[in-house]
Design a protein around this ligand. Structure first.
Ligand SMILES: Cc1cc2nc3c(=O)[nH]c(=O)nc-3n(C[C@H](O)[C@H](O)[C@H](O)COP(=O)(O)OP(=O)(O)OC[C@H]3O[C@@H](n4cnc5c(N)ncnc54)[C@H](O)[C@@H]3O)c2cc1C
Length: 494
């Protein structure tokens, strides 16, 4: 059966030029619709922004790229060669992990080499790593068709052959045990368990609570690989905006949408600057909580979905370092000495632990021009609770001192004198700047067993012609998932 939208040219408004908003615009333009994107800021990208200052360039948001084929797919849809717009390198040695006991473990794109690294530096064997990687690959295969690339909220999807096979194998994706418990089945060395538990923090969740299904992230990262665009992560925004414009999409910057105009149960347009603009279809890339509270104030809220706990947030110190640190890689994780206490601090005590896990991303190790000669651009991040009115100035001050103390210990030198430039982001800034509820970086938390089922669908069952994309709705946050939300939106678009 053909949807009416497949035959008719529709006028579509996308609210927000985050990655999912841009991807949605490209998908709808490729189908022949007229698309206008309204973005409240002066630039596209949303959480994927860049900062250029005093010879340094920083990617302010995402630093780790997996599944670049989701980006390439958008170019293929428009019959363009992605390599005319963007190029990526697969990183041979993506991560370096540091522990307080002096252990340093490198991950390798070559899984046999990674397995050897684990065997030579820990109490676990190469065989355990291979068995684990096989397990996460199978989990990805099962979940991909059931909910990563399809709506969980369309009944007919449950009767597709692939979905039925997926549901029969549901036990294998381990939704009822925690990540930490699943990892203990494969590994005995606490350093290795901590290394794999970290995937929960990537999506703002707690590895002692979040379901083991989430370790599919390691399939993406280890089996499929971590990539870096030629000029850093912001290349993705440049390339997708260029593709959207080449496909006929119109962008309106400094254009904050104030309301979605309704006529009974139909979305009929948007309101900005006291003007009503009629549209046939509206796609909101705004945080789902705020879409309801700000743009649809008179619509009954889907409380079950919106009341789910939010993911954690983060504090990021963007540091221009007047020196090179050869002991660091592009992506570095310096682990806390007490993983359980750290997660307890973030998710229960709502503060940052005194010995936090620190992520340092340094794109200048890959993109020479990202820092002046002899210098490095450090993206130094610690997980933080979401904003519940804490004294962030004080938390930030203490976290900065603790991060520096940890780096001094592990790198065996005083790094503070080399910080020649500093810009800091925290949960309040994330909440205000990106209009992200409670400053959550990844929408709802994935801590609950049914979290995947409780994310808001990519369409509204109450209001016709209204769709939702981005990290706060199904299938979740992170670039691959946000891009998938646009893909699912296109599947349910009518
Ligand atoms: C510090 C940090 C590090 C991260 N690291 C990674 C990583 O390494 N890898 C990874 O895959 N992901 C990472 N993420 C997550 C990733 O950035 C997000 O999941 C993804 O970018 C979300 O995209 P989105 O489409 O939901 O839109 P958002 O980025 O949330 O953008 C929404 C856009 O809508 C606009 N908007 C909102 N309301 C309105 C309105 N009323 N009118 C007009 N415009 C409006 C906003 O201004 C914004 O531009 C990170 C995020 C952060 C903050």
């Amino acid at each position: 059966m053909k949807h009416s939208s497949q035959n008719k040219k529709l006028q579509c408004a996308v609210i927000g030029a985050g990655i999912a908003g841009i991807a949605s615009a490209i998908r709808l333009a490729a189908r022949g619709h007229t698309v206008h994107v309204y973005e409240s800021h002066s630039e596209p990208g949303g959480k994927m922004r860049e900062l250029k200052r005093n010879g340094y360039r920083f990617d302010l948001g995402p630093t780790v790229l997996t599944l670049p084929e989701h980006i390439d797919e958008l170019f293929h849809l428009c019959h363009k060669d992605p390599r005319d717009y963007i190029n990526y390198t697969k990183l041979a040695q993506p991560f370096r992990y540091f522990y307080e006991d002096g252990t340093i473990i490198n991950s390798y794109a070559d899984s046999s080499r990674f397995a050897q690294e684990i065997e030579s530096k820990t109490e676990d064997s190469a065989k355990s790593l291979h068995a684990f990687l096989k397990n996460v690959e199978e989990k990805y295969r099962i979940t991909k068709d059931v909910f990563i690339e399809n709506s969980l909220h369309v009944v007919k999807n449950y009767f597709r052959r692939e979905a039925l096979t997926g549901f029969i194998k549901l036990r294998k994706i381990e939704p009822f045990i925690s990540l930490n418990s699943a990892h203990k089945k494969y590994f005995k060395d606490s350093r290795v368990i901590q290394l794999f538990n970290k995937c929960a923090n990537y999506i703002g969740s707690n590895p002692f609570v979040a379901p083991a299904t989430l370790n599919v992230i390691h399939h993406l990262e280890v089996n499929l690989g971590v990539y870096m665009p030629t000029h850093g992560m912001f290349d993705i925004v440049h390339a997708l905006v260029a593709l959207a414009k080449d496909s006929g999409v119109t962008f309106h910057f400094n254009s904050k949408v104030d309301e979605i105009v309704l006529d009974n149960q139909f979305a009929r347009g948007i309101k900005l600057n006291n003007r009503e603009l009629p549209y046939d279809r509206i796609i909101s890339n705004m945080d789902i909580d705020l879409t309801y509270s700000k743009l649809l104030p008179r619509v009954q809220k889907p409380r079950r979905s919106l009341n789910q706990p939010k993911s954690s947030s983060c504090i990021v110190f963007y540091w221009g370092m007047s020196k090179k640190f050869p002991q660091l890689n592009i992506h570095n994780i310096l682990f806390s000495s007490n993983e359980q206490a750290e997660n307890d601090s973030i998710f229960n005590k709502k503060t940052i632990y005194s010995d936090p896990t620190v992520y340092i991303g340094i794109t200048s190790k890959h993109v020479e021009n990202d820092a002046p000669s002899g210098c490095e651009n450090w993206f130094t991040m610690v997980s933080a609770p979401n904003n519940e009115g804490q004294d962030w100035n004080e938390i930030e001050r203490i976290a900065r001192a603790n991060v520096i103390a940890k780096l001094n210990r592990i790198l065996d030198q005083n790094i503070e004198p080399f910080i020649e430039l500093e810009y800091v982001s925290n949960p309040v800034k994330i909440e205000r700047y990106f209009l992200s509820a409670k400053g959550a970086v990844f929408g709802n938390s994935s801590n609950g067993r049914f979290a995947a089922f409780l994310r808001h669908p990519n369409f509204s069952s109450r209001i016709k012609n209204l769709f939702f994309v981005g990290g706060s709705v199904h299938p979740g946050a992170g670039l691959p998932m946000a891009l998938n939300s646009a893909k699912i939106m296109e599947k349910v678009f009518k």
